[in-house]
Design a protein around this ligand. Structure first.
Ligand SMILES: Cc1cc2nc3c(=O)[nH]c(=O)nc-3n(C[C@H](O)[C@H](O)[C@H](O)COP(=O)(O)OP(=O)(O)OC[C@H]3O[C@@H](n4cnc5c(N)ncnc54)[C@H](O)[C@@H]3O)c2cc1C
Ligand SMILES: Cc1cc2nc3c(=O)[nH]c(=O)nc-3n(C[C@H](O)[C@H](O)[C@H](O)COP(=O)(O)O)c2cc1C
Length: 581
């Protein structure tokens, strides 16, 4: 080893080179290696971190949802979480709160929309939807969009709102970035796949993925009771509230839970998991000639054996090759043929040897049915009460029964066990106890208002409560009559107006009573009252709203347009709430 390893050309003064040579020149290989490593480590520790490429700001994405029972909203939330992970900055917008003008400045738009009524927008989104369909809608040039539609193939207008929005966004100049997917009631899987695929198309494309901001949502989601699976309950009471001479059957059901009742609040519903009618199962097995215990069990508990949809008919034609069903579909007459018919009609009308797999393919999973909770925990503790009307009707020469209502009314008995799941309602809830409330609930629409009145009694609410109820006949169909009388007596209910449609020569419904009382009605609303409507969606809810618009126009001497705007304002303030079906 050279005694002078540091050359004179090293960047040190001459005397320091001499000093270094005195140390390094005599150092062993090990000592020099140590010194070299030590000096390198020292430099690395002192070094300032290299400035990384500046993080690219996350690209904005608007997720617009139109919901009534919360499915679309939940999916929109899931999409937002996934979007953040892909470097997007999502903003969730409820269509009920949509500011139309903001649409034009959006670059990326994901829409998740449900269809309600008979091909209608969810109640809360009706005005915004109408605006979007109108001339007031802005140009959407340069907006990339994709639509996920939620619906139910049992309805003729399957996913009508999602389909219409998809068309409209394109008409307005938007660019469809992913194909629309129309989901049936078992939407979880197709919706998740659509969200994943669509986000990939919408996410910023960067060559090497460098500079992408990944914002992971580390906030653990609070488990809500809605997330808990179905629970079992025992039927404590099962009472028909109609008289024996009524042509209706409406059962009051008291459910007792093994432990604590699901944490429900007035306005929430329970999903009831029903079994199919064994007679309906037998009919399907007989028509198909199939004998299979596993299949029977599935038909009884897990498969929807009544709904006949276009999709089911298409599957029937495709899997069996049935000529006449194919012709019916091709001619466009299938839609009309389906009306008032069920799966059994298809199998009996167009018989063909079916395998177990073919039969399974034309059915979908049996969905639970929702029932408004008719009690408040503050009054009934760990119970939940339901009010279920039997659905029975004749169509195409055959007597038919509703699946879940038939199960609840005819086959459930005291002591039976049922499976239910809480379905919380974010948009149908009591205001603070000081506010006045007006409740419009004919038929089973009365159910949540029993919960409202119980809750307000327990809370000693200062606000007044006004109930409109209607049904067919006073003597036979006055649901919970004694309870309302008690509530009027103890002040839990301030006022009640009733309409029994079949008692007089002319038919009178709740909306007629509202019209008669329009001055007080408008007065209450002017004083900040909240108005709730529950029950039939097809006619009643629409008539009630139209009556309110007319009442406002009449009492305030406003033009129809101005009265419509006044009611829309009440809706925007979330003081007009509906739970209709
Ligand atoms: C949030 C919510 C709350 C609800 N709360 C209540 C409640 O408190 N009480 C209550 O009783 N119900 C309530 N319902 C309705 C309930 O969920 C069911 O839809 C209802 O009980 C019928 O279900 P089903 O299984 O008996 O009938 P299904 O087997 O689902 O059959 C109903 C179908 O039969 C057909 N149909 C019915 N009547 C006729 C007819 N006259 N002519 C031709 N076709 C017909 C229609 O296609 C209809 O969709 C609520 C619904 C929702 C969404
Ligand atoms: C009373 C009622 C009416 C409905 N009407 C339709 C309809 O006309 N067309 C359709 O495709 N789906 C219809 N559906 C199914 C809903 O769109 C479906 O349940 C959807 O998942 C609800 O989504 P949401 O929770 O976001 O509101 C209806 C459901 C109910 C309960």
């Amino acid at each position: 080893m050279s005694p002078a390893p540091i050359p004179k050309t090293a960047p040190f003064p001459e005397e320091q080179i001499e000093l270094l040579n005195r140390v390094v020149g005599v150092a062993s290989v090990t000592q020099r290696a140590w010194l070299a490593g030590f000096l390198a480590g020292l430099d690395a520790a002192d070094a300032q971190p290299q400035p990384a490429a500046p993080p690219r700001p996350a690209e904005p994405l608007t997720i617009l949802y139109a919901t009534e029972s919360g499915n679309s909203e939940k999916l929109a939330g899931d999409a937002a979480k996934a979007a953040r992970k892909l470097g997007l900055k999502p903003t969730l917008v409820d269509m009920a709160d949509l500011d139309l003008r903001s649409l034009a400045s959006i670059r990326r738009l994901m829409v998740i929309a449900a269809t309600w009524g008979e091909g209608d927008a969810p109640a809360r989104a009706v005005s915004a939807y109408a605006d979007l369909m109108s001339d007031r809608a802005p140009s959407l040039d340069g907006v990339e969009f994709a639509v996920l539609a939620l619906g139910d193939t049992a309805y003729v207008e399957f996913c009508a709102i999602g389909k219409a929005l998809d068309r409209r966004l394109e008409e307005l100049g938007g660019t469809r970035i992913a194909d629309r997917v129309d989901c049936d009631l078992d939407f979880a899987k197709p919706a998740a796949t659509w969200i994943e695929d669509t986000l990939k198309s919408l996410a910023p494309h960067d060559e090497a993925g460098r500079g992408r901001v990944i914002e992971v949502d580390f906030v653990a989601r609070q488990a809500t009771s809605a997330d808990l699976g179905p629970v079992e309950a025992e039927v404590g009471e099962h009472i028909n509230l109609n008289s024996s001479r009524s042509d209706k059957e409406t059962v009051h059901l008291e459910l007792a839970f093994d432990g604590a009742a699901p944490a429900y609040k007035p306005g929430d519903s329970l999903d009831l998991y029903a079994d199919n009618d064994p007679a309906a199962v037998d009919a399907v097995l007989k028509a198909t000639g199939l004998k299979d215990d596993a299949l029977r069990n599935d038909l009884q508990r897990n498969l929807d054996i009544t709904t006949l949809s276009l999709k089911a008919m298409e599957t029937y034609a495709a899997t069996t090759g049935h000529r006449y069903v194919k012709e019916l579909l091709e001619s466009g007459a299938a839609r009309e043929w389906i009306a008032g018919r069920q799966l059994i009609d298809l199998i009996e009308h167009f018989p063909i040897a079916l395998t177990v797999e073919q039969l399974r393919a034309v059915t979908r999973p049996l969905a639970p049915r929702a029932y408004s909770i008719a009690s408040a925990r503050s009054e009934v503790g760990d119970e939940a009460h339901l009010l279920i009307a039997a659905v029975r009707y004749q169509s195409r020469g055959r007597g038919r029964k509703g699946v879940a209502s038939g199960y609840a009314v005819e086959r459930l008995k005291k002591g039976a066990r049922v499976k239910v799941k809480l379905r919380p309602s974010k948009y149908f809830a009591l205001p603070d106890p000081g506010r006045d409330i007006i409740m419009v609930g004919p038929g089973t629409g009365i159910a949540p208002f029993r919960a409202f009145v119980q809750e307000r009694r327990a809370a000693g609410a200062a606000g007044k409560s006004w109930l409109f109820f209607g049904d067919r006949r006073y003597t036979h169909d006055f649901l919970y009559q004694l309870e309302w009388q008690d509530a009027l007596a103890d002040g839990a209910l301030s006022r009640m107006d009733v309409a029994f449609s079949r008692d007089g020569a002319e038919k009178h419904y709740v909306q007629h009573r509202m019209w008669e009382q329009r001055r007080d009605l408008v007065d209450w609303l002017d004083n900040g009252a909240h108005l709730y409507v529950c029950g039939d969606a097809k006619a009643m809810a629409k008539d009630v709203r139209a009556t309110l618009v007319r009442a406002v126009a009449d009492v305030k001497a406003l033009a129809p347009d101005a009265a419509e705007q006044a009611v829309r304002q009440i809706e925007r303030e979330h003081r007009y709430q509906q739970d209709v079906y």
